[in-house]
Each structure stands twice: as structure tokens, then as C-alpha cells.
Design a protein around this ligand. Structure first.
Ligand SMILES: [Zn+2]
Ligand SMILES: [Zn+2]
Length: 130
């Protein structure tokens, strides 16, 4: 099981099933929301449980998608796309040891012009399979 939370502790969660490896999202919405690239792990919805939600706020960022953050400390935390069977958690909010590793970069075609992507992970111009 993995646990995680925001900077101040007003949002805490548990991921009670196996998580996907970390995907970096370079889309312009993630870069604005996180301050830079997004990094996500995901777990089946039934395995995702909030253990502290007093700080949790949701921002509807596009149709069918909402982004969860802590209204007290501002940490970006969750990416919830209604049509998908998994809840995505911002990898930086996981407690160590996470037991996971980085896997791929997505939306590389819309990355910022101020950096290059290092390393040899898989790179997708948009979302794989779309
Ligand atoms: Zn917080
Ligand atoms: Zn994104």
C-alpha cells in the first residue's frame, strides 16, 4: 500500500492496490497547474481512499476532468478523469518509499519551449492510444 498527502496534511490518501509507474505530462494545462511538468501515478478507483479531506478542493479543468488540490497549502494532488477507471495521484505527494519508478513522457508535442526532456524513457506526442 502507498500513502501520500499534501504539504500541510489537510489532505491525505491511501492507494491500497498496485499503482502504475510514473508518467510525466508536458501539456500546457499540467504545466500551469503544477508550475512545471506533471508527474502521475494511478490506482484503481476502488483502491483509492481519502483519509483526510478537510483541505481538498476540486477545480474542473476541462469537460469530465477535475483536478484536486489542497485549499490550505496549495499542493496539487489529484487528477480525476470521469471516463477512466483509475484515480491519478501527483507522484510528488507520495510518501517514501514509493516502490515505483518513472516510465514515460506524454504530450511531448506541447511541452514548454524552455527545457529539453532528458533520458531515454518512452515519449509520446499526445496520450498513448489516442
Ligand atoms: Zn495542504
Ligand atoms: Zn497534462
Amino acid at each position: 500500500m502507498n500513502t501520500g498527502g499534501c504539504l500541510c496534511g489537510a489532505v491525505r490518501y491511501e492507494a491500497r492496490g498496485p499503482m502504475t509507474a510514473v508518467t510525466y505530462c508536458h501539456c500546457s494545462m499540467c504545466r500551469r497547474w503544477h508550475g512545471h511538468v506533471g508527474a502521475y501515478c494511478a490506482v484503481d478507483r476502488e483502491q483509492f481512499h481519502l483519509t483526510e479531506a478537510r483541505g481538498l478542493r476540486w477545480f474542473p479543468s476541462s469537460p469530465g476532468v477535475r483536478r484536486g488540490f489542497c485549499g490550505e497549502c496549495g499542493s496539487s494532488m489529484l487528477f480525476d478523469e470521469a471516463s477512466l477507471p483509475k484515480m491519478a495521484m501527483c507522484a510528488g505527494t507520495l510518501d517514501a518509499p514509493t516502490g515505483t519508478r518513472e516510465k514515460a513522457h506524454i504530450y511531448v508535442a506541447s511541452k514548454g519551449d524552455y527545457y529539453d526532456i532528458p533520458g531515454d524513457l518512452l515519449k509520446y506526442d499526445t496520450f498513448p492510444g489516442s
